[in-house]
Design a protein around this ligand. Structure first.
Ligand SMILES: [Zn+2]
Length: 109
């Protein structure tokens, strides 16, 4: 999911706060309509669970990550167990690149 600056149309990193082209402030992430709960490839840190929760609910990714880390230590690891469970349970986003499935036969060079 690519984001673009509203001022100059420059492509933005999903977690960018400021535009690299014009320096404009990027508005807070909003919920992507109809986006299912999927772990994205772009912008993930560990398993993409925080990113998936933030994108599907319109939360700020940084806030979700901070709460996850704080919650991990405050809950004596319970959040860590929940993270691993979500990592297993939340399906991964489709590969963002075209071409044959990795490992397809015959091998593509
Ligand atoms: Zn811009």
């Amino acid at each position: 999911m690519a984001a673009f600056c509203q001022n100059c149309g420059n492509a933005l990193h999903p977690s960018a706060r400021f535009c690299t082209g014009c320096g404009g402030v990027v508005p807070m992430a909003t919920a992507i309509p109809g986006r299912p709960l999927l772990r994205p490839h772009v912008g993930r840190v560990i398993g993409g669970v925080c990113m998936a929760l933030a994108q599907s609910n319109g939360w700020d990714v940084a806030v979700v990550r901070i709460l996850a880390v704080v919650g991990f230590f405050c809950s004596s690891g319970l959040v860590g167990v929940a993270y691993v469970a979500a990592w297993i349970g939340i399906p991964e986003e489709m590969a963002p690149y075209p071409g044959p499935y990795p490992g397809a036969y015959p091998p593509q060079m």
